[in-house]
Design a protein around this ligand. Sequence first.
Ligand code: ADP
Ligand code: ZN
Length: 721
Amino acid sequence: MNRVRCLVLNAALGPLDYRVPEGMTVEPGSVVACPLGPRTILGVVWEAERLPGTEVPADKLRPLREILPVPPLTAPLRRLIEWTADYYCAPLAAVARMALSSGGALKGPATTTEYRLSGGLPERLTPQRQTAIEALEHEQATIRELAGIAGVSEGVLRGLVNQGVLEPVEVDCDRPYPEARADFPAPNLGADQQAAADRLCEAVRVESFAPFLLDGVTGSGKTETYFEPVAEALRMGRQVLVLLPEIALTEAFLKRFEDRFGAAPVLWHSSLKSTERRRAWRAVAAGTAQVVVGARSALFLPFAKLGLIVVDEAHEVSFKQDDGVRYNARDVAVMRARFEGVPAILASATPALESLAMAEAGTYEKIDLPARFGGAELPAIATIDLTKEKPGRGAWLAEPLVAALEDRLAKGEQSLLFLNRRGYAPLTLCRNCGFRFQCPNCSAWLVEHRFSSRLACHHCGHETAVPEKCPECGEPDCLVACGPGVERIADEVAERLPEARVFVATSDTLNSPGRAAEFVAMVEGGAVDVIVGTQLVTKGFHFPELTLVGVVDADLGLEGGDLRAAERTYQQIAQVAGRAGRGAKPGEVLIQTRHPDAPVIAALAEGDRDAFYEAETEARRFAGAPPFGRWAAIIVSAEEDSDARDAANRIGRAKPDHPNLAIYGPAPAPLSLLRGRYRYRLLINAKRSAALQDIIRGWLGPLDHPTGVRVGIDIDPYSFV
Ligand code: ADP
Ligand code: ZN
């Protein structure tokens, strides 16, 4: 083969053909440097018959520059890239880029110089040096990374290097990870756990595609159970991928992993340092990374000999990526398992309706863990009707909830109040002139954060200090906070229960693995009486002394008309309720609501999951929503409102007339301005039989738009803003 077709990593270009120079051998999957004009671009050699391109005469072909020192992308990974691009209507190059997500890894073996404290002291201890020395204890990293950790400039650290306070260490970038041992002491599984584990281990041994739904109530020990098939894969010398929804989960998870396997797993998430990324990527490709625990992007890692994929908390909305390639990691995980010919385990206490439907249809094998491990009871759930039990003015906690909090405090037990709203108040306005603080880049209110005295946009990150007077009318002391966020609830708790030690747990306060670990240690050590938290605390945590969960506003998630609002509310409340009574003491859950009779709330209060899923199934059937029909969204955006509107109208005028398709819009998106871009949406509801992606490609493909207009396609959307 002296001519090859390459998928080049530029979404604007199609596949390109190259000549393979004398002495170079490539195969499908080889990662290569391709000449493009005067530049070099990264490419992957692909099977020409799978990648239609234009035939270039042989004498016009340019030679490949070099083959990069990494193993070729395997056939299953190439099929996954093709499938993802096709299903989500994304450019192949954009998907392939997710598989080649560590530039450093592609450069081959390397060593690097890292630095650590030598124990010596500088001649002159400036405040900055002091800060650095305190912050860098136990750290070893490059100067740049250390500067980030210590929050000082690189110059300060170079000064410390010159004085010998920081000493250099040569490290092999690819040093191996500690070995995970399958036969490190395993816990004694309960009977249900054992039966589930046996079935899953058997599937791992069979070495072929088998999707499972591990449906276990909160506290049933799903993790301990799926660790056994993980161990089985390790015994067979195969690699395992465990997908987790959020980094906050990993601290607690890592400890359990180490207890079971005697070593930490290989981590993969967006905040890895570039040296950690390259090391992980190369170990995955070499087959030496045994278990990778990662966020959704770990799905596209180049595993050499994958034996099992686990998706924990598989119902989680955060598995859906909402920019770039808009994919759902839960679904792509099952496809990867299929291409690799290995089992996939989706674990959840509140599976997505789609997953349950797959199980009912027999496509997924369902394995149940119906009881909590160790005989703990599921908590008792009751509602508080806010139309009858009205909290006082400027208060949000009804008396029965306050009484329950007092009761726990008196008994030395812990409580958790759940409200999915960061900050102090979601809206700030001027009492004098009615001015409302709005984000300049988004159609959204600025949220007051009292801990940091800032007004912040939760969409784009825009922040300003809280002003002393109204920027509109100039009146001092006239700003009022409207509505509660977790910080405000914490204030209310402090007022009503002055002795209680309150901890606000959100992505603002638990913003690093270290802070999350501190939080867990404080709660476990009994240093916290009441946790006030957002969805971050609804899952993963296991606090035996936590016996009361209060849901501050169960109706919040039901507002806004999102198609999945009911399901999400059910999942969130069932998950947070699952934090109560996990130890020896029974748990209680109090749900504040203005609609105690709404089907979701009633099903929660009665602990009747089936009733909820049945009602929701009927609603979905009626709406032609998944799994009965499909949705897709087209999002058009531009910096100029008129550009976005014109493009959306152009798309609207060209909309296909198809019997299996209903197309709504274009209309301004609910978030009509986001990060400085005006947005319009079209929504497509399709029958299952419609070739949705082909229709969309045929519709949008021929349309041209001015530069600066972006047209995004969202297949199976989760977000409707
Ligand atoms: P789930 O994820 O199903 O909510 P977890 O996996 O968090 O449940 O398990 C609940 C608790 O019970 C955890 O602290 C876990 O370590 C413990 N546990 C579960 N199974 C076992 C077992 N077989 N032996 C010992 N502890 C277990
Ligand atoms: Zn904003």
